[in-house]
Design a binder for this molecule. Structure first.
Ligand SMILES: [Zn+2]
Length: 151
């Protein structure tokens, strides 16, 4: 079992003055360190999925105060870790309303433009991969977090 190094005492940045941190771009990270951070993210994401009124479909490292390019996103009902993720191509734009654990005080959500299908890659993936629908939407939301873009 992997020890969760980054988990202890980490809190979700969801209100207050610390939010400026979320507007900073995250930095590249090694796969090894990325997985350590990913374990902490999964633990928090699973906790929020059960206990947060908004649920949780994904979580980026900077939402836990870690400025690294790692996030977890739900795909086929499991949280997957993406280290240094990137979007290579996007197809078919559409508008959708999203919510964010870091902005729980906006009940109406935010209108954003997303791609229906994206071609993605990450340091811990062997090959680029196509994501569609909700999988693609979650990935794009978390990708924005890593780039300091708040919905
Ligand atoms: Zn978010």
């Amino acid at each position: 079992m992997t020890k969760i190094k980054y988990g202890r005492k980490r809190k979700l940045i969801d209100r207050g003055w610390r939010r400026w941190f979320l507007k900073w771009k995250c930095r590249k990270v090694s796969i090894k360190k990325g997985y350590e951070i990913g374990q902490a993210l999964i633990a928090m994401a699973q906790h929020c999925a059960v206990h947060h009124r908004m649920g949780c479909l994904g979580l980026a490292a900077n939402q836990l105060g870690i400025r690294k390019r790692v996030f977890v996103a739900k795909r086929r009902n499991t949280f997957r870790i993406y280290v240094n993720p990137e979007i290579l191509e996007g197809y078919q734009k559409y508008e959708v309303v999203e919510h964010c654990l870091s902005w729980p005080d906006n009940p109406n959500g935010f209108k954003v433009t997303r791609y229906k299908t994206i071609l993605i890659n990450a340091s811990n993936l062997e090959n680029p991969m196509l994501l569609k629908g909700l999988d693609a939407q979650i990935f794009q939301h978390e990708m924005d977090h890593l780039n300091g873009v708040m919905v």
